[in-house]
Design a protein around this ligand. Structure first.
Ligand SMILES: NC(=O)c1ccc[n+]([C@@H]2O[C@H](COP(=O)([O-])OP(=O)(O)OC[C@H]3O[C@@H](n4cnc5c(N)ncnc54)[C@H](O)[C@@H]3O)[C@@H](O)[C@H]2O)c1
Length: 246
């Protein structure tokens, strides 16, 4: 069984996606980062660590662009095995003030994006007879914060996607798991959910009394992508410092 795989990480320009791309490259996998933004920083980190990185500019909510991005990865790296559906938005907004456009924006990126990316990638994972699909959800699915109703709904949908898809692709040697991070110090979280005492409030609810960082998610990603984790599927792994016990 070869240990070098080809991985796609969506939303790899910064934050958790950047950390995941660097981590997978560190394991010897060839990594394509998909983002609408410039990925020079991610590229530099991967290359500095001796890895291979292909930046692809693509909006994961556009079906045709997503299909083309898959073909670009396969043409460059010769296959595709690992998909990390990470790109997402989590705008705090009072439920009564949520417009239809707000609601659809969240659903489109957080739920439809993983559907489009996974559907386009799947034939290549099936052809390889091996695959790891990892959906980045959130600890909010267990906690239900009031200012994140649309976001929580989208991520709970992604948990359902994870479970049903695990059954659909299990016979092909492909696992599907979700990782649910607690609040961690990405630039976006620091500007939004973590602002105004958010980090302190979340920290007070955790068994581990410190604020999480993107690096805290890396070992779980490695675990679900491991060659030896083929019997682990359909699960949601909550990595939140122990604020919700599931
Ligand atoms: N940061 C946290 O505390 C936290 C906690 C739980 C879950 N999460 C989840 O982790 C994921 C990453 O969060 P983050 O804090 O690193 O976010 P981030 O804002 O730092 O990064 C998101 C990335 O996705 C990219 N992106 C946005 N729209 C896109 C599109 N249409 N197509 C392609 N790429 C697009 C952005 O350009 C950005 O690089 C999200 O799914 C988020 O819901 C984050």
């Amino acid at each position: 069984m070869p240990s070098s795989r080809v991985a796609v990480v969506t939303g790899a320009a910064r934050g958790l996606g950047q950390e995941f791309a660097v981590a997978l490259a560190g394991l010897g996998h060839r990594v394509a980062g998909w983002d609408v933004e410039n990925q020079a920083e991610t590229s530099a980190r991967v290359v500095a660590a001796g890895g291979e990185f292909l930046p692809v500019t693509v909006d994961v909510t556009h079906p045709v662009a997503v299909e083309a991005a898959v073909e670009q990865v396969v043409a460059s790296f010769g296959g595709l095995h690992i998909v990390v559906n990470n790109a997402g938005i989590y705008p705090p907004i009072a439920f009564e003030e949520t417009t239809v456009d707000d609601w659809r924006d969240v659903m489109r990126l957080n739920l439809e994006g993983p559907f489009l990316v996974t559907r386009a990638a799947l034939p290549h994972l099936r052809a390889a007879g091996w695959g790891r699909i990892v959906n980045i959800v959130s600890a909010v699915v267990f906690l239900g914060p009031p200012e994140l109703v649309a976001y929580t709904t989208s991520k709970a949908g992604l948990v359902g996607f994870t479970r049903a898809l695990a059954n659909a692709v299990g016979p092909d040697g492909i696992t599907v798991n979700a990782i649910a991070p607690g609040l961690v110090t990405t630039a976006t979280a620091t500007r939004t959910t973590g602002a105004g005492g958010g980090f302190e409030r979340v920290r007070a609810s955790q068994a581990v009394p410190r604020t999480g960082s993107p690096a805290d998610l890396v070992s779980t990603l490695r675990y679900v992508c491991d060659e030896g984790s083929g019997f682990l599927t359909g699960q949601t792994l909550n990595v939140d410092g122990g604020s919700a016990f599931r």
